[in-house]
Design a protein around this ligand. Sequence first.
Ligand code: PGA
Length: 262
Amino acid sequence: MVVARTPLIAGNWKMNLDHLQAIAFVQKLDWALKDAKHDFASVEVAVFPPFTDLRSVQTIVNGDKIEFAYGAQDVSAHDSGAYTGEVSGAFLSALGCGYVLIGHSERRQYHGETDEIVAAKVKAAVKHGLVPVICVGETAEDLEAHGASAVPVAQLEVALAGLPKKADIVVAYEPVWAIGSGQAATPEQAEQVAAPLRAVIARMMGEAAAAKTRILYGGSVGASNIAGFMREPNVDGALVGGASLKINDFSAIIRYQKHVGV
Ligand code: PGA
């Protein structure tokens, strides 16, 4: 089944930019892309600011008719109630978020997020009308012990268990050793994991879901290596950390089709 998947370039700001900086950044990025006549229908753009920026991003996106999608970097597994410090998917939906990152390796590593917690958050996101960007990836030790795909495949299997087959999802393959290290995977390495991840989606959610789901690569993506990833048949975009905070770099990544002749 051949389904055209619109590439998605997503910027994970992590804990950077306060709400005032967020407004200025979104505006400048929009100007840069509009100046370059970027076609948002051919490459979708999404930003993932800190929670405290989301209301400001919503306001500037709506007010200036900016074609970016946006989302949060985490969501609670619960709907509401006595969960101090948590943020409900219902609140994110009310702020116009289309997406939410779930299970980023920094959440797994520093906040004890297990595969089961990730699965519960994925269900909560879908319940509240958000598209979860489900992050999976192996550490350097996992890579040595089990090869590249075993851990990401196992993580995705748990994350998708019990999910309605028609749920819209995005999967981000981010080898932990490649994140923030300047040492990206090769396009071939990314494809060697993206293909089995798509097979997991096919097995658990059906062929139609597998054909339409975007699988992103993340980990030290920059303007100079994006094109290689985008040439791989199972890589449909990128989750970009450090380079997403620089207007020139991020807009060049988004415009990969123009400057490298993919
Ligand atoms: P990086 O981060 O692009 O800075 O490696 C990617 C991520 O953590 O999503």
